[in-house]
Design a protein around this ligand. Sequence first.
Ligand SMILES: Nc1ncnc2c1ncn2[C@@H]1O[C@H](COP(=O)(O)OP(=O)(O)OP(=O)(O)O)[C@@H](O)[C@H]1O
Ligand SMILES: [Mg+2]
Length: 172
Amino acid sequence: MPATVYAICNQKGGVGKTTTVYHLAAAIAETGRTALCVDLDPQGNMTTVLGKDDLKHDDLGIAEVLSSRTDVTIDDVVMPSLFTGVDVVPTPPESEKLAVVRDELVVTGAGREKQLSDALEPFKGKYDFILLDFPPTIDLLTINGMSAADYALIGSRGTEPPDPALRNSRGY
Ligand SMILES: Nc1ncnc2c1ncn2[C@@H]1O[C@H](COP(=O)(O)OP(=O)(O)OP(=O)(O)O)[C@@H](O)[C@H]1O
Ligand SMILES: [Mg+2]
């Protein structure tokens, strides 16, 4: 069975996206299954909390995988996490590279929204789950993530009136 791909997303910041990825990864490991967790947020918080090793700002990550200016693949950047059976496709903290690639994608031609989906394809047979941690934005990183995902988990605080970002996310 190919991996099921989950987008953990909300345009709103600080609603628990990264925390959800962390705990899902822990639960997946606990049940003896495997996951690849992809850090699509230029802040790199998921990499910091879930990655087994500390990265330097100039280490390779998902930015190079998504960039049309390099031939870097996920195999070149994947690293272990704190949990057995869970790997991380990182975004090094304090790096601006993913934000630069996000802007590059704006002027990339046809197929720009499928870069992540294409990069993940060979890994679907290697893991039970692929978890995508999103930035708190709607941009080409988010659109790439949504294009690659089978399901979206939209975290939200229980606010009244309802979080308008939830309605925006529905369009994707
Ligand atoms: N279920 C929860 N209950 C209470 N606090 C939580 C919960 N989930 C996350 N938090 C706290 O909320 C804060 C933001 O969480 P987190 O970084 O996971 O959000 P995020 O949506 O990934 O943020 P960003 O949009 O900046 O990436 C953290 O301090 C975290 O510990
Ligand atoms: Mg986050």
